[in-house]
Design a protein. Structure first.
Length: 548
């Protein structure tokens, strides 16, 4: 296996050498072609567009137009233009350029027109685009002015920058013997800066030069690439082999530093790394473990801080004041945050909604479910005065959003302070106890916990609280607390305490003292504890007397 790996490494680096050599060749050829393209661009885009190029073209066009005008005047006999005049060669009255004049090349002329005094084309070198008897100014609207000036006896020229390049146009008057204009000659030159029919020849020339540079520079780049990369690849191969053995556990590996270049710096740094790594590994492991513990602790603290802030913001900040009634809550989570919740909801008709509930679990997950449930209860309670409908609406909303396996129990009651009427519905929460003159009674009501089953209906019940009567709401953290012998506080024990209690506002403090005595005071609290005491005063208030 080791021998197989040693044979693979040179092949890998030989492929690298080939790729680097090809890169050298490509850079050499591309540089040559780029220089050629740059020079061609300078020639075509700068030199051919300089002002003197336009002036040379205009001079050539003027020379040709003057020759055509003189020849047309001769054929006219000094009076009027001959309608038989043409630009077609080998015709009796053809206007042609002199063959011996090197400055006049017919290929540089796009077309020429002989124009009658009325502006109509009398002769055309391009009858397909500029037919006879056509209006020259309509066919050439951009040069209409110089054509009119030429018919009036004044020569003129223009240079138009078009997409094909610079186009030079010249209009020259045809004069009779008295130097009066009898017509005009219009000459338009081929665009300067383009090659029209010579595009393929230019492309062929560029292709030929590209092949030439490829043949010249490719061997040079290949030889230079091989010579330049051979030593580099060999040193990299040694470094890779040492690195691979070091990674397999051979911490004695070192490489020889042959040169003080970048590769030499890499070799030297590898040797320093190898000498320090053994000691560094142990230190790094310790630091990693410490950092992981710190990050986990910070994450948990941040989650708890956020959950505590949300929970404190949702719980009631003040206890409502009801004339003739006493209301006392108590809340203590088992951890930094809890799943128990309670709320007081003032309603539009003067009634008061009372909520007590418990989300499954403890800590952050339970606090999040508690937050969602409280928010939904507050929203639903403002739209209806029916406890059962409020719980049904919250149950449907919670079922669609709560994670699987989680739910919340809740007891929701609506108190009419004036009459003492208490309507309530229950979603799996412990039944509250009602204290009255005859003893205690459970406010029995059943229903599925919120979030377990969509479409659940909740029955409503009603109780009338007379003066001196009270209702005690509690979560399971009270009755399910255990002592050191693992005995549970239990509902029977709670019922006994309530029967012997006077039902005053100190009931919650008495129960907490009894709970501390029962658990021994040293045991960690097992679950969240939430208590609410609702008591109607024995003596009616002034408002209640007015109602009576």
């Amino acid at each position: 296996m080791v021998r197989h790996r040693k044979n693979d490494a040179p092949k890998m680096w030989s492929r690298l050498q080939v790729r680097m050599t090809i890169t050298y060749v490509g850079v050499s050829v591309a540089s040559a072609l780029l220089v050629e393209l740059l020079l061609a661009s300078i020639f075509f885009l700068i030199i051919l567009r300089l002002p003197f190029v336009d002036q040379n073209t205009i001079d050539t066009a003027n020379h040709a137009a003057q020759f055509y005008a003189l020849e047309a005047a001769v054929q006219a006999g000094g009076t009027t233009l001959d309608p038989r005049t043409t630009f077609q060669p080998d015709q009796p009255l053809s206007l042609t350029l002199p063959a011996g004049d090197a400055t006049l090349d017919p290929k540089t002329i796009a077309f020429a027109l002989l124009i009658a005094p009325d502006g109509q084309v009398l002769a055309s070198s391009d009858p397909g685009h500029y037919p006879l008897t056509a209006s020259a100014t309509q066919k050439l609207p951009g040069q209409a002015q110089i054509i009119r000036n030429a018919l009036a006896g004044n020569a003129g020229n223009t240079v138009v920058v078009a997409s094909q390049g610079h186009v030079a146009s010249v209009a020259q008057p045809v004069l009779n013997k008295e130097k009066q204009p009898i017509g005009a000659v219009y000459v338009q030159m081929q665009p300067v800066g383009t090659f029209s029919g010579g595009v393929f020849s230019v492309a062929g020339g560029l292709l030929f030069t590209a092949l030439f540079w490829l043949i010249i520079t490719a061997p040079i780049g290949a030889v230079f690439g091989v010579l330049a990369t051979r030593s580099l690849v060999r040193r990299l191969h040694r470094l890779v082999r040492a690195t691979g053995q070091f990674a397999q556990g051979d911490y004695s590996q070192r490489v020889q530093v042959s040169r003080k270049d970048e590769i030499g710096q890499l070799e030297s740094q590898f040797n320093q790394m190898a000498g320090q790594l053994v000691e560094s590994i142990a230190q790094q492991q310790v630091l990693t473990e410490q950092q992981a513990r710190l990050e986990e602790r910070a994450r948990i603290e941040q989650e708890l801080l956020t959950a505590r802030y949300i929970q404190q913001a949702l719980l009631p900040k003040a206890v409502p004041t009801l004339p003739g009634w006493q209301l006392a809550p108590f809340y203590r989570p088992a951890r930094e945050v809890g799943g128990d919740f309670y709320d007081f909801l003032p309603l539009e008709d003067g009634c008061l909604g009372l909520v007590i509930g418990d989300a499954t679990g403890k800590g952050v997950p339970a606090a999040l479910v508690m937050t969602t449930t409280c928010t939904m209860l507050r929203a639903a309670s403002q739209g209806t005065l029916s406890p059962g409908k409020v719980l049904a609406q919250v149950n449907d909303l919670l079922s669609a959003n709560i994670p699987s396996g989680m739910f919340a129990t809740c007891f929701y009651a609506i108190l009419d302070p004036g009459s003492g009427r208490l309507r309530y519905a229950n979603a799996g929460q412990d039944w509250p106890y009602r204290q009255h003159s005859g003893g205690i009674a459970e406010l029995q009501a059943t229903g599925m916990p919120l979030g377990m089953m969509p479409g659940t209906c909740y029955d409503e019940h009603e109780a009338m609280l007379a003066p001196g009567e009270s209702v005690f709401f509690f979560s399971d953290g009270l009755v399910e607390a255990h002592n050191q012998g693992r005995e549970m506080f239990g509902r029977p024990h709670l019922a006994t305490l309530l029967e012997t209690s006077s039902g005053g506002i100190t009931l919650i403090d008495d129960l907490l003292e009894e709970l501390a005595s029962f658990t021994g005071g040293s045991e960690e609290q097992e679950d969240d504890i939430t208590l609410i005491l609702l008591r109607r005063s024995a003596v009616p208030s002034e408002e209640e007397i007015k109602l009576i």
